[in-house]
Design a protein around this ligand. Structure first.
Ligand code: 5SP
Ligand code: CO
Length: 209
């Protein structure tokens, strides 16, 4: 299981120290919120760029923004691996094109109420599908186990259509919820509060892996 800690629960006044604590992870998950697509504002390109300069890990950037087309270029750093947009946001097709033009891997996310059916036309262009296991907007919420049906469905579609996107889950991931994710076929899990509220974030990452 690949683990991507979300820094949303980190201490932003001591960000570099927090980043050192998660050096053993596979990616860093950056939750970008515009206060419109979700009812919260997190951070934008400036802080993301600073993070990209001090961390050696690849960046998994989750854009919870209404207009990804406007923002995509501003999150292309040398270590941006994935730029994930939401199917519920504007201009999905053009945004996917723009991410590809920037030579970044394409991620597509769906909120809990959105069906896998809605993203099928875009799956051939995806390197990653992010299944939200909480309503996007805040860290520290409870895991929605019924989202595992979507993971199982995606594993089936990926096989049938001979595609190779990764399946990622995000929200409420902990030592209590990681097993069902693995059994359902998840490749990569985002964990925010479980990692940063743990007395030793490195142990938390290890236990998830
Ligand atoms: O995208 C989001 C929330 O919108 C997530 O990445 C959360 O920030 C994960 O936090 P935890 O649920 O693990 O605390
Ligand atoms: Co996220």
């Amino acid at each position: 299981m690949l683990i991507a800690p979300s820094i949303l629960t980190a201490n932003f006044a001591r960000l570099e120290e927090e980043l050192i604590k998660i050096e053993s992870a596979d990616k860093i998950h950056l939750d970008v919120m515009d206060g419109h697509f979700v009812p919260n504002i997190s951070f934008g390109p400036h802080i993301s760029r600073s993070i990209s300069k001090v961390s050696k890990l690849p960046l998994d950037i989750h854009l919870m923004v209404t207009d990804p087309l406007f923002w995509i270029d501003q999150f292309v750093f040398p270590n941006t691996e994935y730029l994930t947009i939401h199917i519920e946001a504007n201009h999905t097709e053009e945004s996917i094109k723009k991410i590809k033009q920037a030579n970044v891997k394409v991620g597509l996310s769906l909120k809990p109420k959105t069906k896998v059916y809605d993203i099928i036309p875009y799956l051939k262009d995806c390197d990653l599908v992010l299944v939200m296991t909480v309503e996007p907007g805040f860290g520290g919420q409870s895991f929605m186990e019924d989202m595992m049906d979507k993971v199982v469905e995606l594993v089936k579609i990926r096989k049938e259509k001979k595609l190779d996107f990764l399946i990622e889950v995000d929200g409420g991931i902990s030592d209590k919820t990681i097993d069902i994710c693995k059994k359902s076929g998840v490749d990569m899990a985002v964990a925010g509060s479980y990692v940063f509220n743990h007395k030793d974030p490195k142990d938390a990452i290890n236990s998830l892996k």
